[in-house]
Design a protein around this ligand. Structure first.
Ligand code: DX5
Ligand code: ZN
Length: 216
């Protein structure tokens, strides 16, 4: 099952509920919420108040990607705001096992994220505990950047480890995903596809969503 997760970072925030509705009409599976603190990444986005508002306008699961310092402090507010998935960066969390368990204690799917330059080998000890691994295919902080093609190998490696060790975590990709590369990413073994500008920076958001879904 391949799932498309539009990232609202690139949406028109003055019409957020309409924008989400347009992706629902195109068959979006998950809504991806990018949380940035201006410290872990060089940009600020939004917090639990907006996630809670998004929750009220959609029945789709919410995937909260924490690009913040000390993410463990904010798991509870995002879980209470209605997150169904929460991911934290490997690069930022000291006690990753504890933080992953904390997310799961809220009955939320727990994910770990790797920046483009962080190798898959850093996850050896955590893979059996996570529900998903998010591979960044751009340096986090902004929408609309170019896909870093070498990250495809990380998807292949994870897919290989997953079958070899008979694990069942999902693999998610985030950054620069569009109609030109979504199929090759899928063939590498990816399950969840985040797409921001290739969905929302289009005249017809529903048609763009349908086009990406049809390629999966
Ligand atoms: C980047 C964010 C992404 C971003 C993707 O830091 O994590 O989710 O919104 O945007 P596109 O698809 O435009 O690269
Ligand atoms: Zn993201």
């Amino acid at each position: 099952m391949k799932l498309l997760a539009p990232s609202i970072l690139s949406a028109d925030f003055s019409h957020l509920s309409q924008q989400i509705r347009l992706t629902e009409m195109g068959g979006a599976d998950i809504i991806h919420c990018d949380i940035m603190d201006g410290s872990f990444v060089p940009n600020i986005s939004f917090g639990p108040i907006v996630v809670e508002a998004v929750k009220r306008v959609t029945k789709l699961p919410l995937d909260v990607h924490l690009m913040i310092k000390n993410p463990e402090k904010f798991i509870e507010p995002f879980a209470k705001a209605g997150a169904n998935y929460i991911s934290v960066h490997q690069e930022e969390v000291t006690h990753l096992n504890r933080t992953i368990m904390m997310i799961k204690d809220f009955d939320v799917k727990a994910g770990v994220v790797l920046n483009p330059s962080t190798p898959v080998s850093t996850l050896t000890e955590i893979l059996e505990f996570v529900d998903y691994v998010l591979i960044m295919s751009v340096n986090p902080g902004f929408g609309g950047q170019k896909f870093i093609a070498s990250t495809l190998n990380k998807i292949r490696q994870l897919n290989h480890i997953r079958s070899e060790k008979k694990l069942d975590f999902k693999i998610e990709i985030d950054g620069g995903v569009d109609k030109s590369n979504i199929q090759i990413i899928s063939e590498a073994g990816c399950d969840i596809f985040v797409a921001g500008s290739s969905v929302f920076n289009k005249d017809n958001v529903t048609a763009a969503t349908i086009e990406l879904k049809n390629l999966l």
